[in-house]
Design a binder for this molecule. Structure first.
Ligand code: ADP
Ligand code: MG
Length: 428
């Protein structure tokens, strides 16, 4: 059983279940049959064929029919061959593909194949390697991942402090790759609020809490009048239970109080998004809870979308959605929801782990799953009515076999019970 970065065991089979809608899987069956004559394909790290099977978008489009079979069909063909689609049908599919809404069109935060490469002394570090992430308006979500996985790089990009090398990123309609200096400044001041891990970095040391909260509003200039600013700042302090520190300077306050004041500062200009990079990292767990409660309040009372990077187990398990980042990509996601038992009426929290299916149809399998079954380089896929089965490939290495075209081998395989008998390698 895979261990999520949040530390929760995934429910059985969750890593592959749920990621693909049933309907799409059924359509995938149809398109796969159309091109290969069998509902089985071989997936390798470069397998384009996998896209047709796993990408629900691709199966609706012309890719499913325009791409020729990856090899000659040499073995027995299971099932009847469907008729070749008419020109009108192909046109209809092309049109529906073209008219599909763009990726992340309804998300507040959208990262599409985001890449960030750092070059220092001729050494390249790929901090983000094609990261996809969508966050909807009003969400409160956590990002987790090992140190060095790219979390801070992503947060700095979302905060408008760093620019990605490639890909696309939009936050509340702002295109983070194409902003001039003025637009970037407005973005940082009006659209996003940011809370850093280092409590000292969030507040001006020589200003009191109320002065710190007023500062972003004063820098913005337009908007609220002076009296209105003061009223708004006092309301924020009250909401975050930090009003007793109104006239104190940071060094007169505890770490937890400073972080809550920092959240008030970040919320001063009523941003659409509140970003926090390990905001509880320097605090004990009880204080961490208080800080997290402040983020929850901002989310519930102001409707602010909140993204928190955290190592804190409690924080990660208290949000509805936790996304794990591995090697600069989103790798898995845990969704939590409350389920009510129909018989007893008892409520319970159900956490389910999902693997991420990227836009190219790529799926990252948990290492402990693949290792336990000896899966390497290549696996066999089998489409079932409501799921896709993945089997280890036991085809002999190239020197043992004369076959050169993997597709030809797999297509001729017609075993019925792969669970107990792995597919026998067939000579072409
Ligand atoms: N400014 C930088 N210059 C060079 N390498 C960097 C820079 N910032 C981050 N990196 C590298 O990018 C990778 C991701 O770093 P980071 O985003 O800070 O990870 P995390 O926050 O998940 O610990 C690391 O290998 C780190 O060394
Ligand atoms: Mg970091």
């Amino acid at each position: 059983m895979t261990q999520t970065a949040a530390g929760e065991p995934a429910s059985k089979g969750a890593a592959s279940n749920g990621a693909i809608p049933k309907e799409a899987a059924a359509k995938g069956a149809a398109s796969n049959t159309a091109t290969t004559g069998t509902a089985k394909g071989t997936a390798s790290s470069e397998a384009h064929r996998t896209d047709e099977v796993t990408d629900p978008a691709a199966v609706n489009g012309p890719a499913a029919v325009s791409e020729p079979a990856s090899g000659p069909v040499s073995g027995p063909v299971s099932g009847p061959r469907p008729a070749v689609p008419s020109l009108a049908e192909l046109e209809r599919r092309a049109t529906s593909r073209r008219d599909r809404p763009a990726y992340g069109h309804d998300a507040l935060i959208s990262c599409d194949r985001l890449v960030r490469v750092f070059s220092t002394d001729g050494v390249e570090v790929q901090a983000l390697q094609g990261l996809d992430l969508l966050v909807t308006k009003g969400e409160l979500m956590a990002l987790v991942g090992a140190s060095g996985s790219g979390k801070s790089t992503l947060m700095n990009i979302l905060a408008g402090l760093d620019v990605p090398t490639a890909g696309a990123a939009t936050v509340a309609g702002s295109d983070l790759l194409n902003m001039d200096a003025g637009a970037r400044l407005r973005y940082r001041r009006d659209i996003v609020g940011f809370v850093w891990q280092q409590t000292a970095r969030n507040l001006m040391p020589y200003l009191t809490t109320i002065q710190n909260v007023l500062l972003p509003m004063q820098l913005r200039g337009r908007g609220r009048q002076r009296a209105e600013r003061l009223k708004h700042a006092d309301e924020l302090l009250k909401m975050l239970h930090i009003d007793h520190c109104r006239d104190k300077r940071p060094q007169q306050m505890s770490g937890g109080e400073q972080q809550r004041a920092a959240i008030a500062v970040a919320l001063a200009n009523t941003p659409a998004v509140l970003l926090a990079d390990e905001p509880t990292g320097e605090l004990d767990s009880a204080t961490g809870e208080e800080i997290f409660a402040a983020f929850r309040t901002a989310n519930a009372e102001l409707g602010t979308t909140v993204v928190i990077v955290t190592h804190d187990q409690t924080v990660a398990s208290e949000v509805r959605r936790t996304v794990a980042i591995r090697d600069g990509r989103t790798s898995s996601e845990v969704l939590r929801r409350t389920e009510v038992d129909a018989e007893t009426g008892q409520e319970s929290l159900v956490a389910r782990e999902y693997a991420m299916l990227d836009r190219a149809g790529r799926l990252q399998l948990p290492a402990d799953y693949t290792e336990s079954l000896g899966m390497e380089h290549r696996v066999l896929l089998e489409l079932e009515p409501d799921h896709i089965a993945i089997w280890p490939d036991h085809t002999p290495a190239p020197e043992e076999s004369t076959a050169t075209e993997p597709a030809a081998r797999t297509e001729s395989t017609t075993h019925e019970e792969p669970a107990s008998t792995p597919p026998a390698p067939d000579a072409p």
